[in-house]
Design a protein around this ligand. Structure first.
Ligand code: ADP
Length: 235
């Protein structure tokens, strides 16, 4: 069913500079990193060190000022707008600290929403129901976001991000608005997805405990990667 998948993301010589009011801010400086599908990678570092910018650039939500991002042989910078949108739909899921659910849609409608403008080879409603069940919220299918707890809303957001079974899931502070037990539940869902689908998970976090459960830890400071510790680092 998958039309596109990728085993590696290669980030080469990436910089990102924001310019506004004549003042330039360098958010990323000369980033070189390779991410592997099947790995759960945590990105940590102080506020302002470039974590979110790196996640957005890798996740194709933003473009680097210089440098390249390859998903296997596909160089993202060469894709035209429509192909990039298709690629994103096929390959990438994103979740955020603030959930970003559509407030007037039910849980099920939120999960189904990315599929509505798309042609897919499966039944959209059944897939959305399957994913809502996968995050343990089938009983909330008709609930609006305002009728759900923060943890439940994030689980709906996860189901929405995974509805087309992306090979990569990016998460920006996914537990930042949740208490410890809901945060743990969200992390366990990310881990479960990686195990069941072999996907790559990359998440930004301030939570040392969650970071310590990742397979790999990338630490940033002042727009640079200052350490990149592979599997087994916390053993
Ligand atoms: P972190 O996620 O580690 O807190 P960010 O990636 O959000 O760091 O930000 C890195 C740097 O880039 C910071 O100095 C921040 O102020 C700046 N920055 C981020 N986004 C923008 C933007 N849209 N415009 C201008 N500067 C930005």
């Amino acid at each position: 069913m998958r039309s596109i998948s990728s085993a590696h993301i290669q980030v080469r010589d990436v910089t990102k500079t924001y310019s506004g009011d004549g003042v330039g801010t360098t958010a990323l400086e000369n980033i070189n990193v390779t991410l592997n599908k099947g790995e759960v990678t945590a990105i940590v570092g102080p506020s302002g060190s470039g974590k979110s910018t790196l996640l957005q650039v890798i996740g194709t939500l933003d473009i680097p000022t210089t440098g390249t991002i390859h998903y296997d042989e596909v160089e993202i910078g060469t894709l035209k707008r429509k192909r990039l949108a298709d690629f994103r739909f096929d390959c990438i899921g994103f979740i955020f600290q603030q959930f970003h659910l559509l407030p007037t849609l039910t849980a099920l409608e939120n999960v189904m929403s990315p599929l509505l403008p798309r042609r897919v080879a499966y039944d959209k409603m059944s897939r959305a129901e399957e994913l809502l069940g996968w995050v343990g919220l089938e009983h909330k299918r008709t609930a609006l976001p305002s009728q759900m707890s923060g943890g439940e809303q994030q689980r709906v957001a996860i189901a929405r991000a995974l509805v087309n079974q992306p090979s990569w899931l990016f998460a920006d502070e996914p537990t930042g608005n949740l208490d410890t037990s809901n945060g743990e539940m969200v992390f366990q869902l990310l881990r479960k997805y990686q195990k069941e689908y072999g996907s790559g998970i990359v998440f930004v976090t301030h939570d040392q405990h969650l970071a310590s459960q990742a397979d790999r830890l990338i630490e940033m400071r002042d727009g640079r990667v200052i350490s990149d510790v592979p599997k087994g680092w916390h053993a």
